[in-house]
Design a protein around this ligand. Structure first.
Ligand SMILES: *[C@@H]1O[C@H](CO)[C@@H](O)[C@H](O)[C@H]1NC(C)=O
Ligand SMILES: *[C@@H]1O[C@H](CO)[C@@H](O)[C@H](O)[C@H]1NC(C)=O
Ligand SMILES: *[C@@H]1O[C@H](CO)[C@@H](O)[C@H](O)[C@H]1NC(C)=O
Length: 362
C-alpha cells in the first residue's frame, strides 16, 4: 500500500518535472499551416512551439527584432498545400546569442548579432532561432536591434548584385547605373552602395515619398517608372547607362532595358520574369546579363559560401562607421500574428518604402 502511494507520488513528480521542463523549452512564434490570402486571419497565426536546439556549428539566438521582405509574402502566397508541422517564416533579424554549438568559434553567449535565416527551415518569426554561424555577424554596435534587423537580407542582396554580379569596382567611378524600383529594401541599399562607388545613380519610383526616399538614399536623379523611361532619361541629357539593376519583374521593362543599356554594359535581375523575354538584342551590344539570388551560396553549398558571412560582416562595419544607413521606415510592436499580417499586407500592396520591422514579443 505504502509502496503504491510512493510509486504514484514519484510518477506525479516525474510528470510535473517533465511539464516544467516543457514550459521552459517552449516559445512563442507566428507561422502557418495553410497558405491563405493575407486577409484571412488563419494566414498567419500565433503558435507555441518548442525552442530549437542548436547543432554543432549553430548558435541559438533570442530574437529581438525582425524585418519583413517580399520573399516572406512570396513564400506565404496562397497554394493548395497543408503543412503537418507549422511553417515559420522570416528571413531577417537581430538578437542576442543564448547558446552556442561545440564547433562554434566566432560567437559566445550574450553576443549581439544580426542575421539572415535559412530558407530551408524555421525562420526568424519566433522568440528563438537556431542558425548555422554562416548566417550570422556581430550587430553594428551603434544601431538598435530594430535598425539592424532591417538590413541583412537587402544589404547582402544589394552588395552581391553590385559587387559580385555586376562586378562594380572603384575603377567604375563616374559611370552610370539605373536602379529600377529604387525606393524598396534592396533598391535603397543599392543606391547607397552605388553612390559610395562614385557612380551616377538614376533611380525610379512612382510616388512622391518613394522618390524622396530614393534621393535620400543617394540617387542623383529619380525617374517615374509609370512613365516612359527613355524619354525621361533624354530630358536628363542621358541616352544610355553602363549598369542596370532591376528590382522588379523585368518582363514589362525588357524593351526599355535593351534600349537603355550601353554597348558592353551589364544588367542584373533580382526578380523572376513573369514571361519569356527575347535574348537576341544582347548579342549585338555584347551585353552581360546576370542574376542575383541571396540564397544561392547557402542552398547550393557553393565553395565560396563563406562569402555570405564576409559580406554580412562588411555590411556591419559599413553601418557602424556610417558609410551605410539603416533603411527602416516603420516599426510595429509587439511581435504577434496581427502585426505580422499587417506587415505582409503592406508589402503585398507594394506601397512600402525602405523596410518594415517588428520589434519584440510582449
Ligand atoms: C511536452 O511537449 C511535447 C511537444 O510539445 C508534447 O508532445 C508532450 O506531451 C509534452 N509533455 C508534457 C508532460 O506535457
Ligand atoms: C508618375 O506617373 C504616374 C502616371 O503618369 C502619375 O500618376 C504619378 O502621379 C507620377 N508620380 C509622380 C510622383 O509625379
Ligand atoms: C554610428 O556611428 C557612425 C560613426 O560615428 C555614424 O556615422 C553613424 O551615423 C552612427 N549610426 C547611428 C545609427 O547612430
Amino acid at each position: 500500500m505504502l509502496l503504491n502511494v510512493i510509486f504514484i507520488l514519484l510518477v506525479v513528480i516525474h510528470l510535473f518535472i517533465k511539464m516544467a521542463a516543457n514550459i521552459s523549452k517552449n516559445m512563442r512564434a507566428v507561422g502557418l499551416f495553410k497558405y491563405l490570402p493575407i486577409s484571412d486571419i488563419n494566414s498567419l497565426i500565433d503558435l507555441e512551439v518548442s525552442v530549437p536546439v542548436p547543432k554543432e556549428s549553430e548558435v541559438l539566438i533570442e530574437v529581438k527584432a525582425i524585418a519583413i521582405n517580399p520573399i516572406d509574402t512570396k513564400q506565404r502566397a496562397p497554394k493548395p498545400l497543408i503543412e503537418k508541422e507549422p511553417r515559420i517564416l522570416g528571413f531577417d533579424g537581430a538578437g542576442i546569442i543564448t547558446a552556442v554549438g561545440e564547433a562554434v568559434k566566432k560567437f559566445k553567449v550574450n553576443d549581439q548579432v544580426f542575421f539572415t535565416a535559412d530558407i530551408r527551415r524555421h525562420g526568424t518569426n519566433a522568440q528563438y532561432v537556431a542558425l548555422d554561424e554562416i548566417h550570422v555577424a556581430q550587430k553594428p554596435k551603434n544601431l538598435s536591434f530594430e535598425e539592424a534587423a532591417a538590413m541583412p537580407l537587402t544589404a547582402v542582396s544589394a552588395y552581391e548584385s553590385l559587387i559580385d554580379r555586376l562586378c562594380i569596382t572603384e575603377k567604375d567611378k563616374g559611370k552610370s547605373i539605373l536602379i529600377i524600383n529604387s525606393g524598396g529594401g534592396v533598391g535603397s541599399v543599392a543606391c547607397q552602395l552605388a553612390n559610395l562607388f562614385g557612380l551616377k545613380v538614376i533611380g525610379t519610383a512612382s510616388r512622391p515619398e518613394s522618390m524622396k526616399f530614393s534621393k535620400e538614399s543617394g540617387a542623383h536623379i529619380v525617374l517615374n517608372h509609370s512613365e516612359n523611361l527613355v524619354e525621361q532619361l533624354k530630358k536628363n541629357k542621358l541616352s544610355e547607362v553602363d549598369f542596370i539593376l532591376v528590382n522588379y519583374d523585368p518582363y514589362n521593362y525588357w524593351d526599355t532595358l535593351m534600349m537603355l543599356i550601353k554597348p558592353q554594359g551589364k544588367i542584373c535581375l533580382i526578380v523572376d520574369s513573369s514571361g519569356l523575354v527575347d535574348l537576341k538584342p544582347l548579342k549585338a551590344k555584347s551585353i552581360t546579363l546576370v542574376s542575383e539570388m541571396m540564397y544561392t551560396r547557402i542552398v547550393y553549398n557553393t565553395e565560396d559560401r563563406y562569402r555570405h558571412t564576409e559580406i554580412l560582416e562588411e555590411v556591419s562595419k559599413m553601418l557602424e562607421n556610417g558609410k551605410l544607413k539603416t533603411t527602416v521606415t516603420k516599426v510595429l510592436a509587439p511581435f504577434n500574428a496581427v502585426n505580422l499580417r499587417e506587415a505582409h499586407r503592406l508589402i503585398e500592396e507594394k506601397k512600402t518604402i525602405g523596410k518594415i520591422v517588428i520589434s519584440g514579443f510582449e
